[in-house]
Design a protein around this ligand. Structure first.
Ligand code: PLP
Length: 322
């Protein structure tokens, strides 16, 4: 009988929090424009609640516990467009805390359901103000009530540290240190800062750190344009080698391409990021390009982006239908 191909890491865990991380790195030949360039997706969608933010939520809660900043039963407050809230809701609940999230009122109903499912309380901010509106409202609420603990992922080093001490080390190990480009979306900046710093420390200029940014005024759920006026405090722009803009339409086309050609059911930010990974790969002659799949597609199903004609979807105002 052929020997079984066992994964190198443990597969038995004490609880769901311990399952976070050690996500698969999968080669996607259809995203590669030339044979010498290999494009790999780090499937953060495989985390327990379906997104990269499980790593961050665990890091934020453990950091607060280590600092003695929260006690059992206390309420954690966080502004989030969805994924961090869902992850925090699961992890806070597992570790004995309550969670209140501030979220724009125009996200898909799946997000609301997931948050409620994990026991979070939701406060809505005006959808037309996007994630910046949620941040402003959460800061006001935290100021008014000193019993609330706000991890504030936009300004908390525990966010990039989750990647510096986790995602980046996994990628380095999975590719034996041969990483030529790392591409990710920019939301809080945690993914790009944490991975970028570690990869630069290990590989220097041999690795390029590339941000996929939505065009200003064309929001892609989970991502932000640095030109929209708010630069999260954890962002150090010197870590980035390049920023490449993606249109909403291209984000959708590439999300569909991942599904049709690689059978990868990913969220819309992954389409935007794959588009940029392809462009970077086309400028190289050989090497490895890694891009990050931040979440899976379940939360976006009701928007119709996987089934409706692209023209019908791309022309909709994404601030309203996501
Ligand atoms: C779907 C999705 N993609 C990408 C990102 C960007 O990640 P980061 O906050 O680490 O910049 C986020 C974060 O909010 C997200 O929810």
């Amino acid at each position: 009988m052929a020997a079984q191909n066992l994964t190198p890491h443990r597969r038995r865990y004490r609880d769901i929090v311990e399952v976070i991380g050690n996500t698969p790195l999968v080669e996607l030949p259809s995203v590669s424009p030339k044979p010498g360039v290999r494009v790999w997706a780090k499937l953060e969608s495989q985390n327990p609640t379906g997104s990269v933010k499980d790593r961050v939520a665990r890091s934020l809660i453990l950091d607060a516990e280590e600092k003695g900043a929260i006690s059992k039963g206390q309420t954690v407050l966080e502004p989030t467009s969805g994924n961090t809230g869902i992850s925090l809701a699961a992890i806070a609940s597992k570790r004995g805390y309550k969670l209140r999230v501030v979220m724009p009122d125009n996200v898909t109903p799946e997000r609301t359901q997931l948050l409620e499912m994990y026991g979070a309380e939701i406060v809505y901010s005006p959808g037309n103000q996007g994630s910046n509106g949620a941040v402003a409202m959460a800061l006001e609420l935290a100021e008014a009530d000193s019993d609330l603990y706000m991890p504030y992922q936009y300004g908390n080093q525990a966010n990039p540290d989750a990647h510096y001490n986790g995602t980046a080390l996994e990628i380095l190990e999975e590719l034996d240190g041969q990483v030529n480009a790392f591409v990710a979306g920019l939301g809080t900046g945690g993914t790009l800062m944490g991975n970028g710093r570690r990869l630069k420390e290990e590989l220097g200029d041999a690795v390029k750190i590339v941000a996929a940014e939505p065009m200003q005024g064309e929001p892609v759920q989970g991502l932000r344009s640095l030109d929209d006026g708010f630069i999260p405090p954890i962002i150090d722009l010197s870590v980035l080698d390049r920023k490449i803009m993606v249109t909403n339409r291209d984000a959708i086309i590439w999300t569909r391409k991942l599904l049709d050609e690689e059978q990868l059911f990913a969220g819309v930010s992954s389409g935007a990021i794959a588009r940029v990974a392809h462009r970077i790969a086309s400028e190289m002659d050989e090497g490895n390009v890694v891009f990050l799949v931040a979440d899976d597609g379940w939360k976006y199903l009701s928007s119709g982006i996987y089934t409706k004609p692209v023209d019908e979807i791309a022309n909709l105002d994404s601030t309203v239908w996501w």
